[in-house]
Ligand binder design. Structure first.
Ligand code: JFZ
Length: 311
């Protein structure tokens, strides 16, 4: 609806969080840095057997993940919403789900539901909460063929699995401001069914363009690009701190905080002044803590926004 769009559009600047089992690996497999590909996709880029990758859950214990602290940081940065990964391509769920044991509640020592923690902290902090959900799932047995991106087609079983998880996510965690579907090769029928499911459960939830087949409420642009034609359409640009990864990598060369803050601030101003929403990503460590460099960048942008009356 127009109201839902207006409300979403007001977010302008949001935090994106890539956090999952891959954060525990931090871009390293068997002692060596994996330099090819995004670190959140290390399972595919390092060719790790699913069972071995899954064993990471046994030691994934993010005792320093503090959802309220992350909300405070987002607010200090001038952000009005947070979008977090509920499930990336690896298929590991960061929420308690009845659909699989491969989730942070059943498979890790801490028995955590990070989506619940984040949803409740956003509510307490008075900011909007959105979720990222991968339509690719390297863990679900019926998500064949398991290639590096296994999205050549989505089997009926995988589609049902997705619908069950989306239903849980839109039922158990309060209002979801946006559902950031990512990268699947859905049939038009599958995309349509998911789009309708989301709106049946939460009419105001904005759906991202990567659901495919023109079933969306807003389109997602690559960094520094704009939609063609009308700028009245709802659109968003997602940006990572570093070009090469969205999730934490221990060996990342980060450089200068000020330079990075100015680079991202320029993108933010560029996007927002053209009518888009800007999503700036952080990748917490496996212990759940925010990388100090990323925290400092966000704080510096926040100081600029406050000084210029924009936050
Ligand atoms: C996808 C994911 O594969 C990736 O791991 C990450 O989660 C990112 C946010 O989304 O990758 C893309 C897909 C499309 C673009 C950028 C990254 N794009 O169009 O600019």
């Amino acid at each position: 609806s127009k109201e839902a769009f207006e409300k979403w559009h007001q977010n302008k600047y949001s935090m994106f969080i890539h956090f999952g089992l891959y954060s525990e690996l931090g871009g390293v497999w068997e002692g060596s840095p994996v330099t090819r590909g995004y670190s959140e996709q290390i399972q595919s880029f390092a060719g790790i057997f699913s069972d071995w990758y899954g064993d990471t859950a046994l030691r994934f214990n993010p005792t320093l993940f503090d959802a309220d602290a992350i909300v405070s940081l987002a607010k200090e940065a001038g952000m009005r919403s947070i979008i977090i990964t509920t499930k990336h391509h690896d298929g590991f769920c960061m929420f308690r789900t009845a659909t699989t044991d491969y989730n942070s509640y059943d498979a890790t020592p801490g028995k955590r539901d990070f989506i619940k923690e984040m949803a409740e902290a956003c509510k307490r902090g008075g900011i909007n909460f959105g979720i990222y959900f991968s339509l690719i799932d390297w863990h679900f047995p019926q998500a064949y063929p398991i290639s590096s991106h296994n999205c050549d087609f989505i089997t009926p079983q995988h589609h049902e699995f997705t619908k069950a998880q989306v239903t849980e996510l839109l039922t158990n965690y309060g209002p979801i401001s946006e559902l950031w579907f990512d990268m699947g090769s859905n049939t038009p029928e599958q995309s349509k069914e998911l789009y309708q499911l989301v709106h049946r459960l939460q009419p105001d939830c904005m759906v991202s363009g990567r659901l495919g087949n023109d079933q969306y409420d807003f389109s997602v642009m690559a960094d520094n690009t704009y939609p063609e034609g009308s700028l009245q359409t709802a659109w968003q640009t997602a940006a990572s701190m570093f070009d090469e990864t969205w999730s934490y990598r221990s060996w990342q060369k980060r450089g200068d905080v000020h330079t990075k803050a100015m680079e991202k601030l320029r993108s933010l101003i560029n996007v927002v002044s053209h009518g888009g929403n800007f999503l700036l990503n952080i990748g917490p460590k496996g212990d759940g803590s925010v990388v100090p460099f990323e925290r400092e960048v966000l704080k510096e942008i926040g100081i600029w926004l406050k000084k210029n009356g924009e936050a």
